[in-house]
Design a protein around this ligand. Sequence first.
Ligand code: FES
Length: 139
Amino acid sequence: MPGRPVASRRTVLRGVALTPVAGLGATACSPGETGPARPTAPVDLGAESEVPEGGARLYRDHNVVVSRGGDGTLTAYSTICTHARCPANRLEGTTLICPCHGSEFDATTGEVLREPATVPLAKLPVRVSGGRIVAGPDA
Ligand code: FES
């Protein structure tokens, strides 16, 4: 059949044309995949007094956010966004905001306040040592 090879060729060309588009889509959604990770060892974040009661403080250099509950308890989360791994780098009150696609998280619970992220932030161990906040694995 003379028309058959043409149809097959079109099908092949269509498949080739779609491949780069799919690749671009994956790239556009993963700007933070090579970004800095959360702490892999305990890190000294600073004086305990820097985190106000009922508030939170963002430690951009370490990709950690620490909050203090009404009872004085400290809680720490990785600021690596669970959507596509950008570091969330803005804190407004206790709302942590990711610059990549606008996800928002509650810095006191790690819960998602605004999608596209759907998974809460990763909780990190945190303790106070000599008046300093230490967060990260084995803290
Ligand atoms: S990486 Fe997409 S919203 Fe944070």
